[in-house]
Design a protein around this ligand. Structure first.
Ligand SMILES: Cc1cc2nc3c(=O)[nH]c(=O)nc-3n(C[C@H](O)[C@H](O)[C@H](O)COP(=O)(O)O)c2cc1C
Length: 184
């Protein structure tokens, strides 16, 4: 074992990549060797001792790229500790419970995946930079995003605090041992 953690991220507009990079930076501060890769390119290998998957939620479900990664890498992921960092709701007050429910539903569907940690964090939204399909969707009066302005209330402190707890959780579940960290 080399004590390397793979932080794989899925993203449509880039905000989850930034969150994944913040989590990776915290893991490095805790002495872990970390690789950050987009899920499309990420392959879980023998050098990995744990995986953090960062994924946004769209229309009630985890972004398809992330689900495809989980399905493709399932055999390798079943023998490693995995943590799930989900992004979505635009505020920590009203939306977070519903979004947490979406994460719980996704985990029920992925019955084989038993993450050592799974948390939903506030995401980022900019109606001026949307793909056509998302623009049409959010223009519908029934859409929860109809008329919502740009928001970026991502809680970097909470993201870093969550990531800071991961080394212990990953290690307890069979990830990198203390001696394999670069520092305590
Ligand atoms: C069309 C659309 C649908 C969305 N649906 C959800 C949703 O069902 N649940 C949720 O928590 N967030 C939802 N969001 C918010 C995104 O998950 C959030 O903006 C996230 O930070 C985007 O990540 P990305 O920039 O990495 O793609 C939606 C955003 C858009 C544009």
């Amino acid at each position: 074992m080399t004590g390397t953690i793979l932080v794989a991220y899925a993203t449509r507009y880039g905000s989850t990549r930034e969150v994944a990079e913040a989590a990776a930076a915290t893991l490095r501060e805790h002495g872990l060797t970390v690789e950050v890769e987009a899920v499309r390119d990420a392959v879980v290998g023998d050098r990995h001792d744990g995986v953090v998957l960062a994924a946004p939620f769209y229309v009630g479900a985890m972004l398809k790229d992330a689900v495809r990664f989980l399905e493709r890498e399932r055999t390798a992921l079943e023998r490693l500790p995995v943590a799930l960092l989900a992004c979505g709701p635009l505020s920590a007050d009203d939306d977070i419970a519903a979004a947490r429910g979406q994460l719980d539903d996704a985990l029920v569907k992925l019955g084989w995946l038993q993450p050592v940690a799974a948390e939903m964090f506030v995401g980022k939204y900019d109606p001026h930079h949307l793909r056509v399909a998302d623009r049409l969707l959010t223009a519908l009066p029934a859409s929860p995003l109809h008329g919502v302005g740009a928001r970026d209330d991502r809680d970097w402190k909470a993201i870093r605090a969550w990531a800071a707890a991961l080394p212990g959780l990953l290690q307890a579940a069979g990830g990198p041992a203390d001696g394999q960290r670069l520092s305590a």
